[in-house]
Every structure is written in C-alpha cells, then in structure tokens.
Ligand binder design. Structure first.
Ligand code: GTP
Ligand code: K
Ligand code: MG
Length: 443
C-alpha cells in the first residue's frame, strides 16, 4: 500500500493563510482524527477546529476533502487552510506525523498525479514552469504546456507512427513479393516524409521555447572604453557594472536580468576586445568572444568620438544585431555603412539620449523572436534530445524503405519509443527523477 504524504503547499514563512495538503489512503482518516467531526462533503470547504493527538486545539480553519479519483493526485486528498504562522504549521506537521503520515519530498504530489495518469511528463514540466514563471511570456508558454499543447503534438505524431508501423508490419507478415515496393511506398512513404518534415520544423525554431523558459541572451561587445558597461547600466537602470575611464575595466562577464515585451532577457556586459595586457584580461576577452558567439543578439558598441576602425567589430555582428554609435554627446554620429542587416543606433549612454529608441527596438526584436506561434514550442533540452532521436530513427526508416519493411519497421518502432519517452509513456526512472526533483516541496 502506498503511504500517505503531507506538505505545506503554500510558501513557507509568515502568511495570512497556509495550505497543507494530504494525499494517500490515510488522508480521510487523518482529516477525521484532526477535526473530530464528520468529514466535509467532497470538494466543499467546511469550517473546523484541528486537534493534536492529546485533543488540544491547534488552530481553526477550512477543511476540504477530495476523494479519489477526482483529486489532483488521483488519490484521496485533503487540504487544510489554517493561519499561516510557523508554529501552527509545525504543530500540524507533528500531529500528522503522529497519525502515520509522512512529509513529502519535492514533486511527490505531481509525481503521484503523473503515475495516476492525471498528466503526462510534458504537462508536469509545464506545471513546474508555471510555478517558476516570472514573466508574462513564461507564464503563457508554461500554461499552454501544462494544459497539453506538447502532449497533443507528440501523441499525435505517435498515433500516426503507429499506423505506419502497422502498415509495415502487415508487409512483413503477408509479403507479396511482386508488389512490395509499390505497396510500401503508398502506405509509408508519404506519411513518413510528412512526419520528418514536421519534426524537423519543430526542432528548427531558433530555440524559441527554451529562450522563453531560460532567457533571451544579449551580449554587449566592443573595444575597451567604448561604453559597454555604461550602456548596460543605462538599460538596467542601476549601477550593475563598474564604469571608469581606464580601458580594460570590465574583465568578467557581468549579467543583468531584464524583462522585455514580457520575456526574460539576460543582458551580458563583457571585457573590451583588444590585445590583452595580462593573463586575466586575456581570459576576459576569451569569455567575451564566447559570450558574443552564443548570444541570441549582439550589441556592438563603438565610441564615435574616437577615430577607430569599425571593421573588427563588424566582423563579429550578424544580421539582426545592432551597432551602437555611443558618445554622441561628444561628437556627431559618423557617416558610415553598417553591415548588412545590422541596425545602427546613435546614442549617449551617459546622457541617456537615444537609449529609449534602442530599448523600443530591442523590445520589438525580442517579441518577434519569442512570441508564440500556432505550433507549440519545445521548451527544454530534454525535448530537443527526444525529438532529435525520433527524427533520426524516422530518417533511417525512410532510407530503409527501399530495402523492404523489416528495418523500416524497427526504426519506426524506435521513433515511437523516443516520443513515448518524451511524454513519459515509457518509464525511464532517471528521467522521472530528474523532472520531479526540480519541483518545490508541496507540489
Ligand atoms: N561623454 C560620454 N562618455 C561616456 C559615454 N559612455 C561612456 N562614457 C565614458 O567612457 C568611459 C568608459 O566607459 P565604460 O562604460 O567603462 O566603457 P567599457 O566599454 O565598459 O570599457 P571596458 O570595460 O574597459 O572595456 C567612462 O569614463 C565613461 O564615463 C557617453 O555616452 N558619453
Ligand atoms: K572602461
Ligand atoms: Mg566595461
């Protein structure tokens, strides 16, 4: 028999109300023992006193009863809404332990919900992301995933693959030597091609969902003293990075988190690019270049008051990036051609002139790249790996078709397994442990 767990479902610390949740076969009897009253009607709040094992009253509050299977976990569940003081919560925890309930670990409620088929693995991940969501874009993506957007996509592909597999296995069981190739190409070629296209399109999304979840990366790069740290501070509206007139001030990568268009953004200031004076600076320059390489968008910063060649900076920028012509308070913006697809922004990081135009442009850029499309986005490396594996097997299946159904059927079967790993249909214990351990306690 499974044991019965309990946990504080609301945040720890002082609060107006605290919610304690129970799940498992002892949830009902525990509720009866605590309240010493008849059990409330299912899913209706009832005012009750809660007692400890000596009969003393711990607190009064609302009791709710959710009999299985119509509960979050699918088991018998109960919920206690009490006053949110640490001593109340502690005393209730001790009373529940005296009734043979056990304090839950991280994600245990959701894992039980998963095991009772209340949600699949992608929906459980969406739930974890919803709890972690700090911006509007993250909330919207997490909610879509929690309510089954990815599940529907992956289950849909799986269903199609199962009928392809059935067709291939039909060929193996009843080989008709003469028209095997014809038959196969009819039954499997077109659907396989369509699925290969769909999976490839799902993967080729500029990592949109992962960016929404983890943050869109912008890197500031340029020569020493160009004003990168000054611009970082202007965009962050705080003195996050040290600014001095000494070239080579910034050595490490300095990150600030911003919210643009409702999406999380990680803006990184980096060391000025030049022949380094010492090993510390050399490491800073190496990190700066790596950051620029990995970023989703680069802001190349130059100082318009100085005669400098922009060629070195131009080389590092890509279409979609921006070139910042800084220090316009000292000199007018120079006449020049920016690289193809790179937008130029004359501004002064010190006076703030022109910074608003850059911010507006950045906001549009982030919105355009991260906004939800019709098709749901994969949001984790786990999804990318699973879909990539499925796609590899589908491609192999497609190639094997010309040589008969056996190998193609095997590869199709492996593609199905890869999709089933994504939704958690096939139990991969370490994947489950990894997913559920990321939850907070009480969820
Ligand atoms: N007049 C003027 N001075 C600026 C402007 N932006 C930055 N500065 C000055 O330029 C100097 C260098 O600025 P930083 O922001 O430290 O430049 P950086 O690119 O981060 O320099 P490193 O970290 O050394 O690579 C400082 O003295 C700033 O006050 C600007 O728009 N106008
Ligand atoms: K500096
Ligand atoms: Mg700096």
């Amino acid at each position: 028999m499974t044991d019965t767990i309990f946990a504080l479902a609301s945040a720890p610390g002082r609060a107006g109300v605290a919610v304690i949740r129970l799940s498992g076969p002892l949830a009902g009897p525990a509720l009866d023992a605590l309240t010493q009253r008849p059990r409330p009607a299912p899913r209706a709040a009832a005012l009750r006193r809660f007692h400890d094992d000596s009969g003393a009253v711990i607190d009064s509050g609302l009791a709710l009863w959710f009999p299985a299977p119509a509960s979050f976990t699918g088991e018998d569940c109960a919920e206690l809404q009490v006053h949110g003081g640490p001593a109340v919560i502690e005393a209730l925890a001790r009373a529940l332990e005296a009734l043979d309930l056990r304090a839950a670990g991280p994600g245990e409620f959701t894992r039980r919900a998963f095991e009772h088929g209340k949600l699949d693995l992608t929906e459980a991940e969406g739930l974890a992301d919803l709890i972690d969501a700090e911006t509007e874009g993250q909330r919207a993506q997490a909610l879509a995933q929690m309510t089954g957007a990815l599940r529907a996509l992956y289950e849909g592909w799986r269903t199609q693959l199962i009928s392809i597999l059935a067709a291939l296995e039909g060929e193996i069981d009843f080989p008709d030597e003469d028209d095997v190739p014809d038959h196969l190409s009819e039954a499997a070629t077109e659907p396989l091609d369509a699925l290969i296209k769909a999976l490839a399109a799902h993967l080729d999304d500029a990592r949109r969902g992962e960016r929404v979840r983890e943050g869109f990366a912008i890197a500031l790069i340029g020569a020493p003293n160009a004003g990168k740290s000054s611009l970082l501070n202007a965009l962050a509206r705080r003195e996050a990075a040290i600014v001095t007139d000494i070239p080579g001030t910034t050595r490490d990568v300095v990150e600030v988190r911003l919210v643009l268009a409702g999406f999380p953004v990680i803006l990184a200031d980096t060391a000025g690019l030049r022949e380094a004076a010492d090993r510390v600076e050399a490491e800073g320059v190496r990190r700066a270049l790596a950051r620029a390489e990995d970023a989703d968008l680069r802001l190349g910063v130059s100082d318009v008051s100085r005669e400098t060649s922009l060629d070195a900076l131009h080389e590092r920028l890509r279409p979609g990036d921006a070139l910042i012509l800084n220090k316009t308070d000292l000199a007018g913006a120079p006449d020049f051609a920016s690289p193809e697809g790179v937008t130029a922004f004359p501004l002064s990081a010190t006076t703030g002139e022109g910074v608003a135009a850059l911010e507006a442009w950045l906001e549009t850029a982030v919105r355009q790249r991260l906004s939800a499309r019709e098709a749901p986005a994969l949001s984790r490396a786990r999804h990318r790996q699973g879909v990539t594996r499925a796609l590899d097997h589908l491609t192999a299946a497609r190639e094997a078709l010309a040589r008969g159904p056996e190998l193609a059927a095997l590869e199709t079967h492996l593609a199905i397994r890869a999709l089933e790993g994504l939704t958690g249909r096939v139990d991969v214990e370490d994947v489950l442990d990894a997913v559920f351990s990321q939850f907070c306690i009480g969820k």
